[in-house]
Write a protein that binds this ligand. Sequence first.
Ligand code: PHE
Length: 334
Amino acid sequence: QKHIEEVKAFSSDQAEAIEAFRIKYLGKKGLLNEYFSEFKNVAPEDKKRFGQTINELKQAATEKVNALKTGLENKAPKSRTYDDLTRPSEPLELGARHPISIVKNQIIEIFSRIGFNVSQGPEIEDDWHNFTALNLPEHHPARDMQDTFFIQTDPDILLRTHTSSVQVRYMENNKPPIRTISPGRVYRNEAISARSHCFFHQVEGLYIDKGVSFADLKQTLQYFTTALFGKSEIRLRPSYFPFTEPSAEVDVYWGLETEADYRMTKGTGWLEIMGCGMVDPNVLRNCGIDPQTYSGFAFGMGIDRIALLLHQISDIRLLSENDTRFLEQFRSAL
Ligand code: PHE
């Protein structure tokens, strides 16, 4: 009976003390086992009372140990909340937007002003949406332009090499007029260096309606470069993409005012920023749009390179290293 009082009164928030308590009562050579083995020596008329008492003691000791252990587990975080109610709260750490997001949002905003919505699609694509629908049939040499990562050995499943795949999906599911931009991450099996990475980000745009012409494309590009770079002088160089005809490479006149301008433009003042062209009739047909009725243009640019340009970042790898010393520098940016 005395022990039961003792057990009920015991309290501790020290793990060692609780363990010592457990051993004292419930351990192999503990008090309870001692009493149990004495049981046979107790006079028959006392057996019942004796048994009840040790069972009560056992229950009390077990409950106590469990309760104290639970208390111990919950203690660490809780006591901190209550120890000083006047203590100021933990400072709120303000994060910074990632430069990729900053530039991506700028581009989305600029195109949303002229009626473009945002569309998205999967990063793991099938051959149809990434290549075949885009006028790149199997064994077409232009597939080599984009070093593709395939998923295991299935040549039909791959990591998208451009977000043109999203435009295919969009055309399959929407009727013209279509005005959409598709930002997203893309993958190419390229050597990683300061200038290129095996994944990067693109924004591709698509405009399809009746009577869309190359003049509309040029005007849109000029509007865009003025809005993003504050530079309206552009140059279109003939180029080749399987999904557009005619195709062009877009250069912006950056100027030659600083040493950095010289370096970035290799002394020409011109900077290549994207590819574009009139959507090939085959692509429209592949996506269920009649090229007799509709025409359109498409363009695509890399967000990472533009972010390097706008924020004077010297190494593309910084964009994916998650180094807070780098990322913190964008706190004050948009
Ligand atoms: N898909 C092309 C690329 O990733 C870019 C592009 C898009 C070119 C649309 C022309 C038209 O390189």
